[in-house]
Design a protein around this ligand. Structure first.
Ligand code: HEM
Length: 88
């Protein structure tokens, strides 16, 4: 449950901010970053769980890459680099 991810790279032009959002979730973001999120300043409405206790930083970066490429249509090589994921 959540907003469409088709515009995920519009909301989060910088992958590191996207990673921070997934790490903190709605309530963590509200506490640390304020009442709006993303480049489009969406009001935090709640419901996005934090993932810092359930996923490693590497796993969170990997799901951000997945969302950006699969739903956002972003280019693979640039996305891996922007999200800090090594290509091996
Ligand atoms: C690792 C898993 C997840 C990732 C990577 C992820 C990613 C995101 C992203 C990128 C957004 C912002 C989208 C936008 O506004 O353009 C978002 C928002 C949201 N997500 Fe997730 N999400 C995850 C898991 C979940 C789960 C499990 C739920 C619900 C059970 C959820 C519910 C929501 C809700 C309700 C919002 C809007 C929050 C608000 O307005 O405060 N997400 N998520």
């Amino acid at each position: 449950m959540g907003p469409s991810l088709a515009t995920v790279t519009v909301t989060w032009p910088d992958c590191l901010d996207h990673i921070r959002w997934v790490t903190l979730g709605s309530e963590g973001w509200r506490a640390e970053a304020g009442g709006t999120y993303g480049a489009t300043a969406k009001p935090v409405q709640g419901g996005m769980p934090a993932h810092r206790d359930t996923l490693t930083p590497e796993q969170i970066a990997a799901v951000a890459v997945f969302e950006r490429i699969t739903y956002g249509g972003a280019a693979e090589a640039e996305t891996l680099a922007a999200c800090g994921v090594p290509t091996g």
